[in-house]
Design a protein around this ligand. Structure first.
Ligand SMILES: [Zn+2]
Length: 277
């Protein structure tokens, strides 16, 4: 089934070479197929949710949550940034015997009906907001001249302790992006450049943590990419996934880059999930 979008949306994706996106169904099928080739059968797998908590992002994870009988482990802070080593280590302790995890991990950015990145009309609203809200909020702040390096003290001095956790997630996002903000703001479409940079940083971070994960056991199929949340002609939002690196981490062997295998399986479904109307 195709997602119906205005020509401006299709053009924005095309002009920026975003031509390999898939919907949740093919993503689920391809992920399971590749996982199976590396010994991870659905019965022995827990779904590692590496998506922003934003309600707009539910579509891609839905078939995984449904079909894995709700065996879902939430790994994520805002915008695809994975929680720290404690959380990743916990994941390794929870891996089923002879099984492991499938981790889907992607920062996200929206495309509105005019083909602009970083804004969208959400469910039940009639005015656009930022998407990913935390990342676009930081970009707006930085572009507006507030260019100071994020300080941990600003988060820890929050008077209400219950605010710290939420503020800390946004702090981590800003801290990770801060060294790259000048480069991002000078690019043609900063909202897109920010998301692409974040994707690179997150995938690198997961790779750096992988030895820690595997010291406790359990295999991991790590599927990374970028999620594009596009406004559909009926005013809704569809979640498209553009695959990036796909790595199989094992507790007995070196990590294997299975990106090509994954793309081969996806091939018949890519580039055909939107329809201009
Ligand atoms: Zn978000």
């Amino acid at each position: 089934m195709n997602t119906k979008v205005r020509p401006e949306v299709a053009k924005a994706l095309r002009d920026n070479h975003i031509d390999n996106t898939v919907l949740s169904g093919p993503l689920y099928v391809a992920t399971n197929k590749v996982a199976g080739q590396y010994g991870l059968t659905q019965r022995d797998v827990i779904f590692g949710n590496g998506f922003c908590p934003d309600e707009i992002k539910g579509g891609l994870k839905a078939p995984f949550v449904d079909n894995y009988s709700w065996r879902e482990f939430d790994l994520c802070r805002v915008d695809g940034i994975l929680k720290g080593s404690d959380m990743v280590s916990a994941m390794s302790h929870h891996a089923p015997d002879d099984g492991g995890f499938i981790v889907l991990n992607a920062p996200h950015v929206s495309v509105n009906s005019n083909g602009e990145f970083g804004k969208i009309i959400r469910y039940g609203q009639d005015v656009e907001t930022g998407c990913c809200g935390a990342a676009m909020g930081y970009l707006e702040k930085y572009t507006g001249g507030d260019r100071g390096e994020p300080e941990l003290e600003d988060v820890l001095s929050a008077p209400d302790s219950f605010d710290i956790a939420a503020d800390y997630d946004t702090y981590v996002l800003k801290k990770v992006l801060y060294p790259h903000m000048d480069e991002i703001t000078k690019s043609r479409i900063p909202q897109l450049a920010l998301t692409q940079k974040l994707y690179e940083l997150i995938a690198h971070d997961f790779d750096a943590r992988s030895s820690g994960i595997l010291s406790e056991g359990g295999d991991v199929l790590y599927v990374s990419g970028i999620e594009y949340d596009v406004q559909t002609v009926d005013g809704g939002v569809e979640n498209l996934f553009a695959p990036g690196k796909v790595i199989f981490y094992s507790d007995t062997k070196e990590p294997v880059d299975v990106t090509d295998v994954f793309l081969d399986v996806l091939d018949e479904n890519t580039g055909r999930c939107i329809q201009e109307v």
